[in-house]
Ligand binder design. Structure first.
Ligand SMILES: *Cc1c(COP(=O)(O)O)cnc(C)c1O
Length: 373
């Protein structure tokens, strides 16, 4: 059986976890968390990065920091994970879904401006499959209407847009280190803060409403409760696991990219299949390899065929606007030309670190067999 995903494991994870245990420091913000923060800030040229307990928690923090009020509107794609939509709800904001582009499956930047109302306060750009949204256009609209931009870069760690790391372009970036993502700590994530004005508020929010972070840096001589807060910092055990992977980030990225390229060049020649599109200004991280079948019926047959041959391929999001939560909290602006249609065609192929040539060959051969090629 070829699984759809395997959690990435590079070899030093257990050693670092043992080190955290023997340091007698397993709560948050210890040595491993600091190593991860510094690495992420340096590598992505980010002003400030804070590890969180999940990608969802990073989104929650970002939306809370935006200072939204009940009745404010947030523009987002409908083709995304529930976390993108639940974060704005924390502040009582309403969701305005817009259609995606069929080529990248990202929010259609050309529709956003028409969806802006006097109540609009933020745009969430989801970088699907680690391929960037059209960020110049999105940032221009945001400046024009004074909107915050949150990048849901949960799938986009190590990807770039015009040379800039995803997550560092908007006001906030949100990464996920869930077991299904390219770099993992089991459950975890990170918030990228691109405007230093939010640094202090973010630290307080993350540390139960206290100024403990300032205290640890010796900037205040005792710490106290100062504002609204929650607990978003992960344990050192998880950070130790992640650190092993960040040390090997280039290996992991290159390894995934070579599997992706092999898929692409072999499947590209099959007629009647749609393939991912990566705009020239984007460098992606091979988070995902998907194909597009003719329609829902063909996709169902494809997934069944692959499963009978021991290969797990999976569809992805059910559009949020047609789900019970989406109907309750949001509305769809304009026409759904592509969100439903394209989501019904998409099937993801197995993709993980150190996928063997035998495994990729088997998947490719079975795809060819299904398409009688
Ligand atoms: C994985 C993912 C999330 C949530 O991340 P968690 O770490 O699982 O909470 C949010 N948005 C997108 C687009 C994701 O792929």
């Amino acid at each position: 059986m070829i699984p759809f995903n395997k959690p990435v494991y590079v070899g030093n994870e257990l050693e670092y976890i043992e080190e955290a245990v023997s340091n007698k420091k397993i709560c948050g913000d210890g040595t491993f968390t600091k190593k991860c923060h510094t690495w992420l800030e340096k590598r992505f040229n980010a002003q400030k990065v804070l590890l969180t307990t999940s990608g969802t928690a990073a989104l929650d923090m970002a939306l809370l920091l935006c200072g939204l009020e009940p009745g404010d509107e947030v523009i987002l794609p409908s083709y995304t994970f529930s976390s993108t939509a639940t974060a704005p709800l924390l502040t009582g904001a309403r969701l305005v879904f817009v259609d995606i582009r069929p080529d990248t499956m990202n929010i259609d930047e050309k529709i956003i401006e028409a969806a802006v109302t006097p109540r609009t306060k933020a745009i969430i750009a989801v970088h699907y499959a680690g391929v960037s949204c059209e960020m110049d256009t999105i940032m221009e609209i945001a400046r024009k209407y004074n909107l915050k931009v949150i990048e849901d870069a949960a799938q986009g760690v190590m990807s770039t847009y015009k040379g800039k790391a995803l997550g560092t372009i908007g006001d906030f970036g949100c990464y996920s280190f869930h077991e299904t993502k390219n770099y993992s700590m089991g459950e975890g994530g990170a918030l990228v803060i691109n405007n230093p004005e939010y640094n202090e508020r973010a630290e307080i929010l993350r540390e139960k409403g206290t100024n403990r972070s300032k205290f640890f840096r010796g900037q205040v001589d005792k710490y106290t409760w100062v504002d609204f807060g929650d607990s978003y910092l992960p344990s050192e055990l998880n950070a130790a696991y992640l650190w092993a992977q960040l040390e090997k980030a280039d290996d992991i990225n290159n390894n995934r990219l070579s599997t992706w390229k092999k898929y692409y060049s072999s499947i590209n020649i099959i007629e009647g299949i749609g393939l991912p599109y990566v705009p020239e200004e984007c460098m992606h991280n091979a988070h995902m390899f998907y194909i597009k079948c003719k329609d829902l019926e063909e996709r169902t047959a494809f997934i069944d065929f692959m499963k009978q041959n021991g290969i797990l391929t999976v569809f992805h999001y059910i559009p949020l606007h047609s789900s019970p939560g989406g109907r309750k909290y949001g509305r769809f602006y304009g026409e759904d030309n592509y969100t439903t249609k394209e989501s019904e065609r998409l099937a993801r192929l197995p993709m993980y670190y150190e996928m063997s040539d035998d495994e990729t060959d088997l998947v490719i051969n079975k795809v060819k067999e299904f398409y009688k090629c």
